[in-house]
Design a protein around this ligand. Structure first.
Ligand code: FES
Ligand SMILES: [Fe+2]
Length: 451
């Protein structure tokens, strides 16, 4: 990374007028954890990136070979395959892999393909005592050793010990299962190191899947992903939340394999050309009509602290008294991490995780997923199964908490694809700081995929 991006000095780099994110942290009513005090601004350049990255078949094919077939990627949650024999099909860019819980509770992954004539081994997620192909009945043990060949006498060339299912690397972090299709890949630990360090305080492994929704999006996977990688679009796409969101106060940090954008809540956008009182901010945040009263804000609190205090009480039944350790920023801010290439856990207690990937081998459509992870007391509740929504269905109809804001983001996506297919301009132009996470992604893509 040191070679790739130069450090910037947070005190002298160009930034929005008004409060910085760190200024807001100084006003927090609780102790602010070190992870939010960190700043890692980088010089990510000012160049355009080619539109081919979104529209060209050739680029997609390079991406499949050089990225998706080589990179560590989140395949599922451990809780989706809790028992020995539980298996899950993970598809990426027209390839399929089978993730299997072993008798000793470890996890193995195999290309989802029979070693006889290649049929996909499992079409559906489920539970089995063996891995048997539905075509001619070849079977393997859960650990991949050959178990059964019908009419064994007719395959004298097969040596059992050489006919195990090939394994691909598997690793786990915070309840997530990662796979790498490349059997000679780099180890997982250095790949996840920065993200893992920053999430030490926010243990995603202690949460369970309360909801998991997927939809096919009419755009390249990066268009969908990038819509959630900056807050600069708030003024154009979500003007209704500018009164309670410090969009351009966002802090953007870049590390080697992960980056983050932190956007403060409970504070008004510096782009507004009128002043907002704390009462106005609270009214906006809580969507209280102008003819109705706003709850009184104690004199020792601003809107941000008041919202945090109310949310802390809202979280207490599920999360317990741990909530007293959560600072205001952890409760009201959007702390949006991306682990290269496509894994998006929100930091702190936002509970949302996104994943974006190509839809099969089609580079003009993608699969977007949202997990909602929740704390629980006592026994782990069963993981909610993944629900597919229709391509024209609004997310807010199934995933209410994301509401209108999320539908507004999604509304743009096919129009961006259309625009990029139509434009006479060679590339996309990005801001130097606020869209730094999008820049980071494209520098990483250059490193992995090429120009
Ligand atoms: S293709 Fe699987 S048993 Fe024949
Ligand atoms: Fe948005």
């Amino acid at each position: 990374m040191a070679e790739m991006f130069k450090d910037l000095d947070p005190n002298t780099m160009p930034r929005s007028p008004g409060l910085t994110y760190q200024d807001l942290l100084d006003q927090d009513t609780h102790e602010v954890p070190e992870v939010l005090r960190m700043e890692s601004p980088k010089d990510v350049g000012l160049e355009d990136f080619s539109k081919d990255r979104y529209i060209s078949r050739d680029y997609h094919e390079k991406e499949v070979q050089n990225l998706w077939m080589k990179v560590w990627q989140m395949a599922c949650r451990e809780e989706e395959i809790p028992e020995p024999g539980d298996h899950l099909r993970y598809d990426i860019a027209g390839r399929s892999f089978l993730i299997v819980r072993q008798l000793d509770k470890s996890i193995k992954a195999y290309p989802n393909a029979c070693l006889h004539r290649g049929r996909m081994l499992k079409e559906f997620d489920g539970h089995a005592s063996e891995i048997r192909c539905a075509f001619h009945g070849f079977a393997w043990e859960l650990d991949g050793c050959l178990k059964d060949v019908p009419a064994r006498w007719d395959f004298p060339q097969i040596k059992d010990e050489e006919f195990s299912l090939p394994e691909i690397p598997v690793a786990t972090w915070a309840g997530f299962v990662f796979i790498n299709p490349d059997q000679d890949c780099e180890p997982f630990e250095p790949f996840i190191k920065d993200l893992a360090e920053q999430f030490e305080r926010w243990d995603l492994g202690s949460l369970y899947i309360q909801a998991h929704v997927a939809r096919v999006m009419p755009c390249n996977w990066k268009i969908a992903q990038e819509a959630f990688c900056e807050a600069y679009h708030v003024n154009g796409t979500h003007p209704q939340i500018m009164r309670s969101l410090g969009d351009v106060n966002s802090q953007v940090d870049v590390w080697e394999n992960c980056s983050r954008v932190i956007t403060p809540g409970g504070t008004a956008s510096p782009l507004l050309d009128y002043d907002m009182t704390d009462e106005d901010i609270l009214r906006a945040m809580m969507d209280i009509p102008v003819d109705q009263p706003v709850p009184p804000i104690p004199s020792n609190m601003n809107a941000r602290a008041f919202l945090a205090a109310a949310s802390r009480e809202g979280l207490r039944p599920e999360a317990g008294d741990r909530v007293d350790e959560y600072c205001d920023a952890e409760i009201v801010d959007s702390i949006d991490y991306t682990q290269f290439p496509n894994f998006h856990p929100w930091g702190a207690f936002n509970k949302i995780v996104y994943r974006f990937r190509p839809n099969g081998d089609d580079h003009r459509t993608s699969i977007m997923e949202c997990y909602q992870l929740m704390p629980f007391q006592g026994e782990r509740p069963p993981a909610a199964p993944m629900t597919w929504i229709e391509p024209d269905q609004k997310w807010s109809t199934v995933y209410g908490f994301l509401g209108r804001v999320f539908d507004q983001d999604v509304f743009n996506m096919p129009k961006v694809q259309w625009g990029l297919e139509s434009t006479y301009k060679a590339g996309v132009t990005l801001s130097g700081y606020q869209e730094g996470k999008v820049r980071w992604l494209h520098h990483k893509l250059t490193e992995w995929v090429g120009e």
